[in-house]
Design a protein around this ligand. Structure first.
Ligand SMILES: Nc1ncnc2c1ncn2[C@@H]1O[C@H](COP(=O)(O)OP(=O)(O)O)[C@@H](O)[C@H]1O
Ligand SMILES: [Mg+2]
Length: 223
């Protein structure tokens, strides 16, 4: 057994004034290194909340997340920031590229928050080549199609050689053909870089591409 991530009885609610919106009601999960998982669930069921908590972007109200047996909840903020920068890569539905930077600069950017590597540009060029964008490195995100922008976001997520990729509806804004190409890039890189992938999706076909399919329902995960 080589467990990379474990969630234990995670609870999370949002408070708006005096009202509490209970989102996660005791989510438990064990993920092995190299696994690919999909998470499906109705809109508003808490999928994004779950990814944020798993990636240390947000804290649970109760329960804990263990990354390589280390608690994210009791980790010092500086250590948690380093975990997010170096061990974990996020991909969002709406790319979140910086419009004033070119493609290469967007991909290099995380290396400045991470361990800082001398070969950052070389690594970025390699990743852009892997996702078929070696000819677009000096373009601005605006000059690219949605699928191309998401491939840049994928390369950026991999910049610091993370162990874990958390993807929140990464093909939600793309048509199925374009989305399929992005997923092909993702799974191809996941295999060669030995990544663990947790992907939220609305699409059953996309979910089936993963080794394990989970459903978030009534605040709990079902296999
Ligand atoms: N920052 C927030 N403040 C208050 N409520 C929130 C916040 N983020 C999400 N919610 C609520 O929590 C629930 C789950 O949201 P979310 O995790 O985004 O669901 P999903 O990604 O499955 O659509 C929704 O009812 C949403 O309105
Ligand atoms: Mg969401």
């Amino acid at each position: 057994m080589n467990e990379i991530l474990r969630a234990e009885e995670v609870h999370k609610a949002y408070h708006i004034g005096k009202r509490a919106v209970e989102v996660l009601h005791g989510v438990s999960l064990s993920v092995q290194r190299g696994e690919t998982l999909s998470v499906m669930g109705a809109s508003g069921s808490g999928k994004s909340t779950l990814l944020h908590v798993l990636g240390g972007l947000d804290k649970p109200d109760a329960g804990d997340i263990f990354f390589e047996q280390t608690s994210l909840v009791s980790m010092k903020p500086s250590k948690r920031a380093a975990f997010r920068a170096n061990r974990c890569g996020f991909i969002f539905q709406s790319y979140h590229l910086l419009p004033e930077l070119d493609v290469l600069q967007n991909v290099v950017l995380p290396s400045m928050a991470g361990v800082g590597r001398k070969d950052a540009k070389e690594r970025a060029r390699h990743l852009l080549d892997r996702v078929g964008l070696s000819g677009r490195m000096d373009h601005r995100p605006m000059e690219l199609s949605g699928g191309e922008q998401q491939r840049v976001a994928l390369a950026r997520a991999l910049m610091n050689e993370p162990d874990l990729i958390l993807a929140d509806e990464p093909t939600g804004n793309l048509d199925s053909h374009t989305g399929g190409n992005v997923l092909h890039n993702l799974f191809d890189l996941a295999q060669s870089e030995q990544l663990t992938v947790i992907m939220v999706t609305h699409n059953e076909e996309v979910a089936r591409l993963c080794q394990r399919e989970l459903i978030l329902k009534d605040g709990k995960l079902e296999e």
